[in-house]
Ligand binder design. Structure first.
Ligand SMILES: [Fe+2]
Length: 165
């Protein structure tokens, strides 16, 4: 196997892994959204992130298809995620919102780094054309991560206010 072919295999595998990561994000956000309704700004931002994750997963699918790899079954994955929502909507509104935001910040950091890995792999695999698409997704993750990080104090205050209300 040539080095280029090996790099392409690793890259395609990376795209599939990232697709799974985005699909997981879609499901997680859907589960958490009902519990964030009391935090309108956060709720709005998470809703937008949900939509972005769907777009990001579709971008990864398009790249896989472009390289002759089978498209993953995004629709089924999304439907599967929807099916699990019902079980979570009754959960109480304790301090989960803070835990969820912390988890989301960690998840964003992971996503930013994994897009960085994909950018390096794309280059090594001779797929430099893919980089602008991957960079677009990486910028979106960065933007959301930054927003969550800088709004963390506001979210904590909103949480405390709700508790004392
Ligand atoms: Fe994402």
């Amino acid at each position: 196997m040539s080095n280029l072919k090996r790099a392409m295999d690793t890259y395609l595998n990376g795209l599939r892994n990232q697709h799974a990561v985005e699909t997981q994000a879609i499901g997680t956000i859907q589960n958490e959204l009902p519990r964030m309704e009391a935090y309108p700004e956060l709720h709005l931002k998470m809703k937008a992130d949900h939509e972005r994750s769907v777009t990001q997963a579709a971008r990864l699918d398009d790249l896989l298809e472009k390289h002759g790899s089978k498209k993953s079954l995004l629709k089924e994955a999304v439907t599967g995620a929807v099916a699990t929502v019902a079980g979570f909507t009754h959960a109480g509104a304790g301090d989960e919102v803070l835990k969820n935001v912390l988890a989301a910040i960690g998840f964003k950091a992971y996503e930013i780094s994994s897009y960085k890995v994909l950018l390096t792999l794309a280059e090594a695999a001779g797929a430099g054309d893919d980089k602008s698409t991957l960079e677009q997704s990486m910028r979106e993750e960065q933007e959301m991560g930054d927003w969550l990080g800088s709004n963390l104090p506001n979210i904590v205050h909103a949480y405390l206010e709700r508790k004392s209300a």
